[in-house]
Design a protein around this ligand. Sequence first.
Ligand SMILES: OC[C@H]1O[C@H](O[C@H]2O[C@H](CO)[C@@H](O)[C@H](O)[C@H]2O)[C@H](O)[C@@H](O)[C@@H]1O
Length: 665
Amino acid sequence: MSPPTRRGSVSPFPPIAEYGFLSDCETTCLVAPSGNIEWMCLPRPDDPSVFGSIIDRSAGGFRFGPERTMIPAGRRYLPGTNILETTWQTPNGWLIVTDCLIVGRWHRTQQRSNTHRRTPTDWDAEHVLLRLARCEHGSVDLTLLCEPNFDYGRRPGSWAYEDAGYGSAVTVPGGTGRAGDAVPARGGPDDGRRGPSERPGPRIRSHPDLTLRLRTDLRLGFDGRRAHARTTLAEGGTAFVALTWRASDPFLPTSYAEATAAVTRTTAFWRQWLSRGVFPDHPWRGHLQRSALALKGLTYAPTGALLAASTTSLPETPQGERNWDYRYSWIRDSTFALWGLYTLGLDYEANDFFSFIADVCENGDDLQIMYGVGGESRLDEQVLGHLSGYDGAFPVRVGNAAFSQRQHDLWGAILDSVYLHTRSRDYLSERLWPVLVRLVETAAEHWREPDCGIWEVRGELRHFTSSKVMCWVAADRGRRLAAMRGDAKTAARWAAVADEIHADVCANGLDERGVFTQCYGSKALDASLLLMPLLGFLPPTDPRVRATILAIADELTVDGLVLRYRVEETDDGLTGTEGAFLMCSFWLTSALVEIGEVVRARQHCERLLSFASPLDLYAEELDPSTGRHLGNFPQAFTHLALINAVMHVIRAEDAAGEPGPTPVS
Ligand SMILES: OC[C@H]1O[C@H](O[C@H]2O[C@H](CO)[C@@H](O)[C@H](O)[C@H]2O)[C@H](O)[C@@H](O)[C@@H]1O
């Protein structure tokens, strides 16, 4: 396929922040400003890509838009939804394209779903990507170009008509394509420090069965692996195209009217979900709602898992090697995301995630730091050597070697999340309690040992201060939960563990300035310590907490944006630099509020919000010198920390009696 090019730009790859994100809470995809779908993995978000132009311009795409115009006049989400609307001005007219992944009413009444493990809701993904076009003024030449390239660009298919007409086509992975050369990643976990890489347990799938069906009211033709259609729409003229990957009983609209009805249903789904939240009547409300919708869009409804991001290998350094696969469910990222949703009153997702946790370790298996969205425990990392990478950032990795690392924040992340949700509901699942007991006991047993830390470094194991703090969280929240259950004996035992860890951190985690540092005995700063006041390890008024927050704000920032750590001071096992970490930057806002620096916090927050993408989305990192987004996209970490930061500022200003927000639902 000759990909649509962006005029006036050297790179054919759109900036990361210019992609639109679609989701039906099972499948996600990214839409370039040109109207080309450049990232979509089917049927699961961690399956191989079908449209992969974002990581190699020849790895497949699906464009629906005006014939020769590539730069839209405007793009927006329909308010309160993950439905994207793109307006085009062409030489002869105006066109609006609406894109969504359809969500409909739960329809499986006779035949139960074989993928869903969670309790059905009223809604379910239809497994259809739907695109609608309507000419608003004048006339517009519309083009449809659907060129899947299965298995990360290694298996182009060829299309065939499905019936006697021109409007239905089908394709399966086939043809020879380019020779794939997946090789195991270097720098993986096989150095004996991170536990066995040859773990038993299910792996992520590499070649799912897949058939794609296309239906449109245009006339399709085929050219090799490409399905193509073109027409001239007069004013008021419409067209639609729908793509499904559902094997049995697929719903595909047969008319524009049916297609618009599907958009209406999908709109209702998103708005109904968002309406359960409580959002302040504040100018930043839009940022909160977009972040909530992005987090919900990163959930995987059948199992309750949450993705860290929807992509793999978008680079943390332009043309760099810090490229990772984030299409998995990290316990840390997921529990932090639940915290963000909880802050907005959206707590239903927590039930499903806790059931997911119980699923993966109920049978006595040790809890890992991350899983596939189906609960798979083996996420072996590979380099896809046949792909060029985003804008020359090589390698492209699939799988993630961090899956078998030792990261001691794990236990505290879950305990904190369960405590938060139990406290507000006064209910704790009996199925989960034995799992939690095991986690607290594991933290009590292992907190003195070194680990890879919250940033999953691939260098030597260290005594990371934040890992110890999170072990304290495990024991502290454990003792509170035990007390809530009336188990005073266990509560007292875990309280003693918490006290011991606390004393150890205060004795060994500080430098001579009274600032908490990255590791015991080191002088390096680490942004994970911004969590200290947020987790209640010490009161925000404590001089050590204040000194740590201010040291990070002043010394671990570039142009006010926070680095996770300085790569030159930290053995992370990698080369090259990385951008400012957006989650940590938003954490700084929250921490500044906690220590009473509300004016500074607001200015900082305002600046961070100014870096939002045109659609108010965020990647993982930002290049402080250019303002460009870096890393995987959209990234749950950034959005969950944004929610926390914005709510901190709003509540602090409210409490101070500033004019402004009134909480409303
Ligand atoms: O810095 C090297 C590590 O980078 C990735 O980890 C980061 O992303 C994770 C998912 O959001 C997050 O949980 C972690 O805190 C981040 O540091 C990558 O996944 C690792 O494999 C890599 O070692």
